[in-house]
Design a protein around this ligand. Structure first.
Ligand SMILES: NC(=O)c1ccc[n+]([C@@H]2O[C@H](COP(=O)([O-])OP(=O)(O)OC[C@H]3O[C@@H](n4cnc5c(N)ncnc54)[C@H](OP(=O)(O)O)[C@@H]3O)[C@@H](O)[C@H]2O)c1
Length: 322
């Protein structure tokens, strides 16, 4: 294989990206040098934060900004076809949005066989699990509120929270058609409209920020634990670049109710990978948890997949299959 197709950004979108902002470019593939591997990508993740990278990214995160003319990045699963690892090894790495990638060997991770479906490695489950177990430390009987409850993070967070002993799991969504699926398939006891928050929150896993966070602070129980995972209301705002997220919260409620608020960085999750794989695989095996996701076929459909994800047209993770 000497050429590969990849998705490139044409220009920084003014507002949310649409397929016109991308080109599917054919590129010549270099042979892998010493210390590199050539990987044939089989799947890559379509994720909302890629929009934040077009706007310049966020200081302190491990992901670089994406400029005009550059290929997109994101997590991918592929098989080694040449280089410093055995041919056929399935690996994860960050050069998604392309058919083939030449990657330094220290930037690929063999995925092993704990999770039998390789696509499960492209779930947002690791972040959901880390937020619930290591940051919020969900306890038996907790009322857990998950904003953006039908998305890649939220669809697994709800199911994990139930397995971890939560007493009541409440989610929010901006797409009313998702509410029924959230109740019947994802374990939610109650579903609210985007921006609303239930009374009596013990744990808040926030993917949305903004008004949702303001209201959750007002409705939190004494000693509530808030984990800020994302800020979709700002990240996906068409009015600005999505690289900052300002929200008004009542500090006196935080103080009076001894609420802890902490952010989740992708760096928090790295040490939890092996534990999460074991537990997720176990829950999948027994059928206690499902992995909601949509597979979209062909790199040429990846820009449309992103547009659909941002518009709220999918439940769970969105993955492009090559
Ligand atoms: N900190 C970390 O380590 C980490 C790791 C992974 C992900 N994240 C972050 O976690 C968040 C959730 O990720 P995800 O993959 O689960 O995303 P996602 O929920 O799948 O993102 C797409 C969803 O966003 C919602 N949405 C669209 N526009 C919105 C708006 N203006 N306000 C609020 N919601 C809007 C829609 O859901 P509805 O139609 O249901 O409203 C849409 O389906 C993101 O902010 C992501 O960047 C953080």
């Amino acid at each position: 294989m000497t050429t590969s197709r990849e998705v490139r950004l044409n220009a920084i979108p003014d507002g949310l990206p649409t397929p016109e902002h991308f080109t599917i470019a054919e590129t010549a593939l270099p042979a892998p040098a010493e210390g590199e591997v050539l990987v044939r990508n089989r799947f890559f993740q379509v994720f909302p934060a890629v929009r934040t990278l077009f706007g310049g990214g966020v200081k302190g995160t491990p992901f670089p900004a994406i400029g005009p003319g550059e290929p997109l990045i994101g997590m991918a699963i592929g098989e080694v076809v040449e280089g410093d690892l055995p041919t056929g090894t399935l690996v994860s790495h960050w050069q998604g949005w392309r058919e083939y990638a030449v990657v330094p060997v220290d930037q690929v991770t063999p995925i092993g066989d704990v999770l039998t479906d390789p696509v499960a490695h492209l779930s947002q489950g690791l972040s959901a699990y880390t937020a619930l177990t290591k940051c919020a430390e969900v306890r038996e009987g907790d009322t857990v509120f998950i904003s953006g409850g039908a998305g890649g993070v939220g669809s697994l967070a709800a199911q994990y929270a139930k397995q971890l002993g939560a007493g009541r799991v409440v989610g929010s969504t901006g797409s009313q058609w998702k509410a029924e699926r959230m109740r019947s398939e994802l374990g939610y006891d109650e579903v609210l409209k985007r921006g609303e928050a239930p009374e009596g929150i013990d744990v808040f896993l926030d993917n949305v920020g903004g008004e949702q966070l303001t209201r959750a602070v007002a409705n939190a129980n004494d000693g509530a634990r808030f984990v800020l995972v994302g800020a979709l209301s700002s990240q996906l705002s068409p009015d600005h670049a999505g690289t900052t997220a300002f929200t008004e919260i009542d500090l006196l409620r935080l103080i009076a109710n001894r609420i802890t608020v902490r952010g989740l960085s992708p760096r928090d999750s790295w040490a939890v990978q092996a534990e999460w794989e074991e537990r997720f695989a176990g829950w999948l095996r027994t059928g206690e948890v499902t992995f909601p996701h949509t597979k979209i076929s062909g790199i040429e459909n990846a820009p449309r997949a992103l547009q659909e994800l941002l518009a709220g047209q999918h439940v769970g993770a969105v993955v492009v299959e090559l």
